[in-house]
Ligand binder design. Structure first.
Ligand code: PEP
Length: 249
């Protein structure tokens, strides 16, 4: 039985004071749940958030990291630095990183390797753009993204991977994939894993859905057989909404 996961991607939102405040709200408002709860504040607030949440039911994740262990990479953060402040999970491949910072499959494969080498867990994001879906290329695009960045991994490495299918046309747009569209793609992803590895591995890898998940649609999306929870953007910044989404998981 796969455990449900609800992860909040705060993106470039919340200063230090606001981060502490939202975390305090989440600690009181999120109901008791079997779901795993993760939040990803900005880099500068990670250390403080990890300290504030030490021993609690909420885990802290980073939104990105560099592939190198250290060195002349101005403005970048390494896996070791994340681990040194208590962060053991990192989001990689988010569509905003791909679109605005030029991150491609080859770079992401290097980041994946570096994170795994450092013993971190990865929430790996991927998904098609609107024109790709309109042209009926969404399965092909998703398969390519997965294969290029992840299929060089050996089977045991997948224990540290959480997949997050995020159709780009549904991120921050208010437009959500229908529960049926999400289920159809998640089943396809599982089949791709089964074909590339084996059925057991395909059944064990958590696959989250991301794209305008809100309290009003979370329950139906999460009820689909191959949807194991969500990666939440906008709604993770409002304690009551994120709490309601966790409750729906
Ligand atoms: C995201 O950025 O990962 C995301 C899913 O955003 P939103 O929930 O705002 O669509």
């Amino acid at each position: 039985m796969r455990k449900k996961i609800v992860a909040g991607n705060w993106k470039m939102n919340k200063n230090s004071e606001e981060t502490a405040h939202l975390i305090a709200q989440l600690r009181t408002e999120i109901p008791q749940s079997d779901a795993e709860v993760i939040i990803a504040p900005t880099f500068v607030n990670l250390a403080e958030a990890a300290t504030q949440l030490k021993g609690s039911f909420i885990e802290v994740a980073a939104q990105n990291m560099h592939f190198a262990e250290n060195g002349a990479y101005t403005g970048e953060i390494s896996a070791d630095m994340l681990k040194s402040v208590g962060v053991r999970t990192v989001i990689l491949g988010h569509s905003e990183r791909r679109a605005y910072f030029g991150e491609d499959d080859a770079l992401l494969a290097k980041k994946v390797d570096a994170a795994l080498k450092a013993g971190m867990r990865i929430i790996f994001c991927f998904g098609e753009e609107l024109d790709e879906r309109k042209k009926g290329e969404h399965f092909k695009v998703v398969e390519r993204q997965l294969k290029n960045a992840l299929f060089h991994l050996d089977g045991p490495s997948w224990e540290h991977i959480v997949l997050a299918y995020e159709p780009v046309w549904a991120i921050g747009t208010g437009e959500t994939a229908s529960p049926e569209q999400a289920q159809e793609m998640h089943a396809f992803i599982r089949k791709t894993l089964s074909d590339g590895y084996n059925k057991q591995l395909a059944e064990e890898v958590p696959i989250l859905y991301g794209g305008s998940v809100k309290p009003g649609n979370a329950g139906e999306i999460f009820s689909k057989a191959d949807v194991d929870g969500g990666l939440i953007g906008g709604a993770s910044l409002v304690a009551a909404d994120f709490a309601a989404i966790v409750a729906a998981a």
